[in-house]
Design a protein. Structure first.
Length: 364
């Protein structure tokens, strides 16, 4: 068996293979509620053959949304809608379903990307935003309110409440969003965190808020329930958050009981300089993987070819690979990878007759 298609255990959850569909925002919710689009979209991905599907960034409070059309999970109606979506998917697929929960911080209150993605003013369609420090994301964006110690404690409880709702809704795994310039990442990076209290300055202090949230969430969910963390391995900016600090953070997450670490990159500020190429972020995951003992690591970033995905796992650069935009472009990517690598994979019985005649033993 190719290692890419071998099982892996994340706390109490066993994945059938190492292919993960990462969170990808759809900007299509209504009042934070998943709608028919989400059920169709995630149901399709749940039939893809991936080992795990993670639902897009879901806000823990209204002010934690990126856009007005972001998913939320802070009230009963949203919890019921999430449960309805998961129950519908479960009726046809046993693929584990995760959810990413987070807070947009200073990158909140913006329009949808295909509508320009511009900042929305608080006196219009937007809302007032917050961050570790009163430093705007970019010119033209709101200056966020600096979070007080009481605000930080309140937000920690919001993460806990959302995590409990996620468990009740039927999600198998929770991912805390500490990447791409959103609130937790803003605490981690010295470029966005200018605090002088216990939450700023040293690396230990900058890690404090995400670690407090992780500890609180782990204490609130059932024993051995998997809670992972998505990070940016670097800001791609000099003097910013870097892979060495991320490796230390990963070691701390491992000791704290995280189920995995999902290593992406960038997103903190427009000044980032990224050279795009196939697997351009895999080196970040590999550096983190070398720093931890047993904490599973997910690599992500322009991993589009089955051979590249397999090589990342075979060479030990990461334990799993996340296939994002390539999966949206080709929701049967996993089947095509299995065919290319000579593997057998389960498929819905309704689709068994679609197997190409020149591919033997593709479907179990």
């Amino acid at each position: 068996m190719n290692p890419l298609f071998s099982p892996i255990k994340l706390k109490n959850l066993t994945l059938n293979n190492r292919i993960v569909v990462p969170p990808m925002d759809q900007y299509s919710a209504e009042d934070g509620l998943p709608v028919n689009w989400h059920t169709m979209h995630y149901g399709n991905l749940a039939a893809s053959g991936a080992g795990l599907v993670i639902v897009e960034a879901t806000a823990v409070e209204p002010a934690g949304r990126i856009s007005p059309q972001d998913l939320g999970l802070w009230n009963d109606a949203q919890e019921a809608a999430h449960k309805g979506m998961i129950d519908a998917i479960r009726s046809y697929s046993s693929t584990p379903m995760g959810i990413q929960i987070g807070h947009a911080g200073r990158k909140g209150s913006t329009g949808r990307p295909w509508e320009g993605g511009k900042p929305l003013p608080p006196d219009g369609a937007g809302w007032e935003i917050c961050a570790p420090s009163p430093l705007p994301f970019a010119p033209g964006h709101q200056t966020p309110a600096e979070l007080t110690a009481a605000d930080i404690a309140r937000l920690t409880e919001s993460f806990v409440a959302t995590a409990k709702r996620a468990v009740r809704a039927g999600y198998n795994i929770i991912e805390l969003h500490a990447a791409h310039g959103y609130l937790m990442h803003e605490f981690l990076s010295p470029l966005s965190n200018a605090r002088t209290d216990a939450y700023g300055g040293s690396l230990e202090n900058r890690m404090r808020f995400p670690l407090e949230v992780l500890a609180a969430v782990l204490a609130a969910v059932p024993a051995n329930y998997p809670v992972g963390v998505r990070v940016s391995g670097t800001d791609f900016i000099d003097e910013g958050w870097n892979v060495q600090e991320c490796a230390t953070f990963a070691q701390t997450l491992e000791k704290a009981g995280a189920a995995y670490i999902h290593v992406s990159g960038g997103g903190l500020a427009p000044e980032q300089r990224i050279s795009l190429a196939p697997g351009y972020q895999v080196g970040l995951a590999a550096a983190v993987r070398a720093a931890v003992t047993e904490l599973p690591v997910i690599a992500v970033g322009l991993i589009t070819e089955p051979e590249l995905a397999a090589s990342i796992v075979v060479t030990g650069q990461a334990d799993m690979v996340a296939i994002g935009r390539a999966m949206m472009y080709d929701p049967r990517w996993v089947w095509h990878a299995a065919a290319a690598l000579g593997q057998t994979i389960a498929a819905p019985p309704q689709y068994l007759r679609c197997k190409p005649h020149n591919v033997k033993d593709l479907f179990a």
